[in-house]
Design a protein around this ligand. Structure first.
Ligand SMILES: [Zn+2]
Length: 259
């Protein structure tokens, strides 16, 4: 059986082995055991399992499950793509780590023999993450990388694919058209916007328009997605965390990114 996907977690095991988690094309996360996956040895083989690499993994059909774990043993593998510039830019690297941390908070495991590899329900998650990596690399090469621009776009697209996009059309209390209001308020705990008659607070009209714009912007047009800032990224992250019952401090790479 052949799988393709992105390395989102790697754990060295024993002297030279590796356990990797791969976000598969179908949006599920497969766990693989790779003998000698750390590289090294007599021939000083380098590892091909860096974070963010696109891999093709081949596993033998295991008719009988060896144990209760979801680990699949991969005997042959091939690296299809790697983000080369990311590891030379500390902000970009932390951003990739943050993406992968977020993914692991909600993704479902692929279980051999149980999961249907061809089920495409979660496929959108893979396309968000792979586009995010590809265009981050693109921006780094062009020396136009801006962390909050990429993070905002990623969060908006992720929230959409998770089905938890805040309603940007109507006030969540009185249903009045938000675009017709000069000022709107964002309530992160509910992930809702409200008109100023229903709720008081800072005017978040710009934030609302950026969410709309982020939703409409194709990843390849990321350079046209302007006006982003870390304060708004933080609101999106807070909202995500609220939905998944997390606290932002639990996201290790998030605090590193904002230092
Ligand atoms: Zn209202």
């Amino acid at each position: 059986m052949i799988f393709e996907g992105l390395v989102i977690h790697r754990l060295p095991y024993k002297e030279r082995d590796l356990i990797v988690k791969i976000l598969l094309r179908n949006g599920l996360v497969g766990s693989f055991y790779i003998y000698g996956g750390q590289g090294g040895g007599k021939k000083h083989k380098p590892t091909v399992f860096e974070l963010g690499c696109m891999m093709r993994m081949m596993i033998k059909d295991q008719r009988v499950k060896l144990d209760t774990s979801d680990l699949m043993i991969s005997t042959e593998y091939q690296r299809l793509w790697e983000p080369q510039s990311v590891r030379h830019d500390i902000k970009a690297f932390y951003l990739v780590c943050l993406y992968f941390e977020l993914i692991q908070k909600f993704s479902m495991p692929f279980q051999q023999g149980t999961s249907d590899y061809h089920n495409q329900d979660q496929e959108g998650i893979f396309s968000v993450v792979s586009n995010a990596l590809f265009y981050m690399e693109d921006a780094l090469v062009k020396k136009q990388f801006n962390a909050h621009q990429h993070l905002t776009l990623f969060m908006v697209k992720l929230l959409f694919h998770l089905g938890i996009m805040p309603d940007t059309d109507n006030c969540s209390y009185c249903q009045v058209d938000l675009l017709e209001n000069e000022a709107v308020v964002f309530i992160p705990a509910n992930g809702q916007f409200a008109c100023q008659s229903c709720s008081s607070g800072e005017n978040e009209k710009g934030f609302l328009l950026r969410i709309k714009k982020g939703y409409q912007t194709k990843y390849q047009d990321y350079q046209a997605f302007l006006g982003t800032n870390f304060t708004e990224c933080d609101k999106l992250i807070q909202y995500f965390c609220h939905q998944y019952h997390l606290r932002p401090v639990e996201l290790k790479s998030y605090s590193l990114l904002f230092k």
